[in-house]
Design a protein around this ligand. Structure first.
Ligand code: ARG
Length: 459
């Protein structure tokens, strides 16, 4: 006789290599809390429905609580021959309390049990990640407040384009991560549905009460179709896709921080405590944190590909392939949570070099569009204005003079309509503050946006 919990129909022992190949306890042990919470709720429902006695329920719940303590204190013996977290806990319970423990798995399968465990796990992790994203967004808002009024070049194609406020750039990230926050909350709606009671795939003939379990565990509703339920990992894939996008956003920021902390840009200084040195070049101070964040986007995107491919070609309903969902999912949770948290810390450990950003904004013909717009106000069609300013820029490049450095006589050579008031337009401040369209970089709009962000985050 095999000692397996499913061993009844088996005559021979499982090969050691098969045990080692099929076990998941080495990675699903981290679901012990969720597994125990689910089992307690299930036992309470079984007693409520008269499927076990109240005394048996109490024995089960007490036994499970003791097991949880043992695991927490490192006194639990995880046995790979028991495959997974479900059977490790259930078998230990049965050894502890006897027959009552053997009733726990009534009207339940590991197929719906694992689905429940992952949902409980993700529900907590998503809530924590939302808090981390909020803290990160606060970081951008406080930088926006700190540098309000300070300017920097805005880029397209990584070429200097138009002057912007540093605060505008920071609030761009506030918006970007705001969408991520919304996506997390939205994905949580589909995670937060109670699957237990689907049993192996077809439901159960025993008189269970799924809504009772849902209430016990704080789920607003139960899943609708038992077959869909046990084969469904969409909710996990959805989470990982949201997490991948968060990681990509972090990576874009990381790329900017790497660039900005070069000698060539010198727009920011990351504090010593958030940089590392080189083992050979004594002068080096490297932006390793942003680099690692950028690098880790590869694993998170890889995890998303793993999970999508995992489902491809799986027939209804549960298939053992699904056990492969956990490592990419756990790795995604760990990686993205750590990256969001350290990025929020990093924002508090960097400073803008405003002398540099200001100097960079003064050069590069960044007010050329403003000059074109100025000519438009003098009734010159925009296309003609564009061409006139293009000629002025070409002249400026040849003479090593920015537009604002040209005399009125020089500017008038390109259009007689240019008057003395042009210098207001050609100044960085004038350029920025003219951009009062909704969502633009003028001090007026940015201050409004900043105040709204502070209000939204309760700062
Ligand atoms: N360890 C399994 C998993 O992660 C639990 C469900 C196993 N079900 C089964 N019928 N073998 O998916």
């Amino acid at each position: 006789m095999s000692e397996k919990m499913w061993g009844g129909r088996f005559a021979g022992r499982t090969a050691a290599s098969v045990e080692a190949f099929t076990e998941s306890i080495s990675f699903d042990a981290r679901l012990y809390r969720q597994d125990i919470a689910g089992s307690c709720a299930h036992a309470k429902m079984l007693a409520h429905q008269g499927l076990i006695s109240e005394a048996e329920r109490d024995q089960i719940v007490k036994g499970l609580q003791e097991i949880e303590q043992d695991i927490e204190q490192g006194n639990f013996n995880f046995r790979p021959e028991l495959e997974d977290i479900h059977m490790n806990i259930e078998k230990t319970l049965a050894e502890k309390i006897g027959a009552a423990g053997e009733k726990l798995h009534t009207a339940r399968s590991r197929n719906d049990q694992i689905n429940l465990d992952i949902r409980l796990y993700l529900r907590d992790e998503i809530e924590q990640l939302i808090d981390l994203v909020i803290a990160l967004r606060k970081g951008f808002v406080s930088l926006a407040r700190k540098y309000l009024g300070q300017v920097m070049p805005g880029y397209t194609h990584l070429q200097r384009a138009q002057p912007v406020l540093i605060a505008h750039h920071m609030l761009a990230y506030y918006e970007m991560f705001g969408r991520d926050q919304e996506r997390l909350a939205d994905c949580l709606k589909r995670v937060n549905i109670m699957p237990l009671g689907a049993a192996a795939l077809a439901g159960t003939g025993l008189p269970i009460d799924r809504e009772f379990v849902a209430r016990e565990l704080g789920f607003p509703k139960v899943t609708a179709n038992s077959m869909d339920t046990v084969g469904d990992r969409d909710f996990a894939i959805e989470f990982v896709s949201v997490a991948a996008l968060i990681q990509i956003h972090l990576s874009r920021l990381a790329e900017e921080l790497v660039l900005w902390s070069t000698e060539e840009f010198s727009f920011v200084n990351i504090s010593d405590s958030f940089c590392t040195g080189s083992s050979i070049m004594p002068q080096k101070k490297n932006p390793d944190i942003p680099e690692l964040i950028r690098g880790k986007s590869g694993r998170v995107v890889g995890n998303l590909m793993s999970l999508l491919t995992l489902l491809k070609g799986l027939p209804m309903t549960y298939n053992r392939d699904l056990q492969e969902d956990k490592e990419p999912l756990f790795d995604t949770v760990d990686t993205v949570s750590r990256c969001v948290a350290i990025t929020a810390d990093l924002l508090q450990n960097m400073e803008f070099n405003t002398a540099k950003t200001q100097k960079a904004t003064a050069a590069g013909f960044m007010t050329a569009t403003d000059l074109a717009d100025y000519l438009v106000t003098k009734n010159i069609p925009f296309r003609q204005a564009h061409s006139i300013v293009g000629q002025a820029v070409a002249y400026g490049i040849a003479q090593s003079k920015d537009l604002a450095e040209m005399s009125l006589a020089e500017l008038k050579k390109f259009s007689a309509l240019i008057e003395d008031d042009v210098y207001q337009v050609l100044s960085v401040k004038g350029s920025i503050d003219s951009r009062q369209s909704t969502g633009g970089t003028s001090s007026l709009r940015v201050t409004e946006a900043l105040v709204a962000a502070e209000k939204a985050l309760g700062i």
